[in-house]
Design a protein around this ligand. Sequence first.
Ligand code: ADP
Ligand code: MG
Ligand code: MG
Length: 947
Amino acid sequence: MAKKASAAAKPALAKTAPKKAKYVYFFGAEQSEGNGSMKLLLGGKGANLADMASIGLPVPPGFTITTEACAKYYEIGEKALHTLIEKEIEAALAKLEKATGKTFGAGENPLLVSVRSGAAVSMPGMMDTVLNLGLNPATVAAMIKRTNNPRFVWDSYRRFMQMFGSVVMGVDHHHFEYELSHLKKAVGVKLDNELSVEHLQELVERYEHVVEHSTGKKFPDCARAQLRAGINAVFGSWNNPRAHKYREMYDIRGLLGTAVNVQAMVFGNSGSNSATGVAFTRDPSTGDNRYFYGEYLINAQGEDVVAGIRTPQQITVLGSREWAKSQGFSEQTRRTNFPALEEAMPKVFKQLDTIRRTLEKHYRDMQDIEFTIEDGKLYMLQTRNGKRTAAAAVRIATDLVKEKLIDEKTAVLRVDPLSLDQLLHPVFVKSAEAKAQRLTVGLPASPGAATGRIVFTAHDAEKKAKQNESVILVRLETSPEDIAGMVAAKGILTARGGMTSHAAVVARGMGKCCVSGAGDVLIDYQKKTMTVGKEVLKEGDWLSLNGSIGAVYKGEINTIMPKLTGPFAQIMELSDKYRKLRVRTNADTPHDAAVAVNFGAEGIGLCRTEHMFFDADRILSFRRLILVAETVKRLQDEVALAATDGDKARLEDELKQPLAQYNQALAELLPLQRKDFEGIFKALKGRPCTIRFLDPPLHEFLPGKDNPTGQGEMAKALGVDVKTIQRIVDDLHEFNPMLGHRGCRLGITYPEVTAMQARAVAEAAVKVNGAKAEIMIPLVGDVKELALQKAIVLDIIAAVEREKNVKLDIAIGTMIEVPRAAITADDIAKEADFFSFGTNDLTQMACGFSRDDAGKFLKDYVAKGIYDYDPFQVIDANGVGRLLKHAVELGRGAKPGIKLGICGEHGGDPKSIALCHTLGLTYVSCSPYRVPIARLAAAQAALKASK
Ligand code: ADP
Ligand code: MG
Ligand code: MG
């Protein structure tokens, strides 16, 4: 068959000449070969540069080498790749020379280019850009002659050497910085832009030495050699550890590689009528649309704005005034020293402001843009959908609906469900914050409240966080190496850098509280201190940050929950409108139930009763029960088997005392448990509540071998010898407790416990009007287990109905968490009103991974791609997912109306929720704080499935 098909295909192929792969795409006014929809091939940056040029925006021309070329770079190697793309690059260069009227690497009017990375998904700061490429002694001379601006040319040259030296040639950037700061000190200037031409020349000379010294090679003069090396460096950076870490953290997969953008340089460093800047079309922290949010620097280039070298200035007067206020500058100082772009270059500002609107209309989303002004002429260098906090995401999505730029469904798809977590977390108690000692105010880089102990390195942040300490990471400035520490910290404080600094951008992405650019904070990394005015704080001292206003406080400040109204509520409403799955919560207490209901839970999908036994006032009763439970069972068996009446009488006598204690313990537990259920039913106000009967092995309720103090206390409280306790602990020891005497197996051995729990549920249901109880039998593997437990429950319900003269409607179902249950789900469905998939245990047993031990090696499994994700976090779709599918089909086949839910950790994970939607489950159940996430994720699953 296969042979035939390929033979038939051949002539068709022969007719159209085999399509040659195209690796280079030109962009520029009216000449763009690519467009905005080609992100996978051209990367986000390249696609949008082509796109912006096509809609008439001022973009310096250039060309994009595709991500396919990057994949080839890794497949066939550097040499073969360049042979493959050489001609296309030469053609594109020729076109670029024509478009700009300049010559690359030669002539009176030399063409300089930037070499920029750019994958399909933006990875800020993860890969490296080289500017001013094409400079060498000859082009430097030509450019000086042409511009009559030697300062600018030498400034560009030293920048180029530093970037090319570190990014492409691998020289440690500290060496360059050392030379620069050394020179500045020697000649007595503070800022880079105060260096004279002679200084810059000297710097270039020193840089040449640095490069030769570190690499043993001369800095390359040939522009084409520079370009080729630059392209290779960008391709190489796709696999640097920072890029890997970033992709891992943001779950970016399935990309070919990065594209390379080679673009004609425009110069923001050519004088006081030039500038460079970055901006957001709306406030990325709050989503506010009052003014144009951005920063710029006059006579600067590239990353100067975000690198915190000088204090960046605001784009608008309004923004500038707010900034000045936060910094304590007078209007006078602000206007003279830090004027807004709107004031300094009003014409350019107007043009940029118009472009802001054009871009939002075109992309129908908030944009993050980069621009440069050369001699009063504006150029756009980048646009992309801006990263934003969750607060900004919901605000922008709902605003864009109002502005008719997007529809409701798009709005729902615009918000990352997991990011909602940021909105559900605490803010400072207002009064406590007012009383706190405010040390200083920096920039409100990423909102929220954080309180913790000071650490000065990312490494310490990670270490302390592992010991469950809350820490605040305090740095001069952060860099991509600090990411793991930033994840670990509760909040981040930096002394340098603006709203678009690395710390600010990354923290916002993580939804982490961050105050940046707190210039009053002096940090001594050696002594591990931070000084603000007279206050000296040491490592380990408490510090609090309010990222919404930029405030920094000494000490610890109490926090409370925020209100869930406004845009957040609107997105939730829209989610409810479009989702098919219902969302319940896992909650064991009235408080958790109330919190979850407040978050929109439609009931409880998992109420774990054993958690109730751990309370101080009842653990004793339960322990008393455990103490005699085995004896009671043994004696009862012996009584039944007694050979003679005498034996029987003796055994019955022996049984009396332990049995009394057993029944006494159950009698003590009944009212307590009933009260728990009453409380929960009340909090649920008529919403359903699935109550799981006793599940963990009994030893978990006793102080173990490693806790002799606890054993002593228990012995004393129960009035027995400590040996008795030790004996019971030994008796209950199991080699594999997770596969041991637990779940319904306990109820099979101790039906009285099942009966007690059933009675507590039934009596509570009688007491609370409208209570909707559902009883769930755990760990069933065979339908007979369920049938036996169900019989006990039904008996009790009937008894309570008789006693109270009421009719009760209590559903009885089971968890499907043993693989055997999943594959015999048709049998089980006959006895069950509902299934709830316990995907934690199901994963454990289906994959054979112990939940408690697999952590050690699962990371390797994920890294090696054996599993796409940790199967305890995201349902293993190919394995466990198939079991679920099978069970759903069998269950529905046997009982069409059966209710199906899921209650593992996976119930709050968006990818798993999408799978549940596909499987057609009735509901997912997750922890209270995950409920809003699940509501949104369920809506997104429904919308994506219907597309
Ligand atoms: P990143 O992906 O890290 O943002 P970019 O490739 O966008 O890196 O480059 C960083 C900065 O370099 C840009 O914001 C811009 O200011 C500057 N830059 C890049 N290309 C050019 C160019 N052709 N002319 C002038 N500046 C440029
Ligand atoms: Mg960069
Ligand atoms: Mg950029």
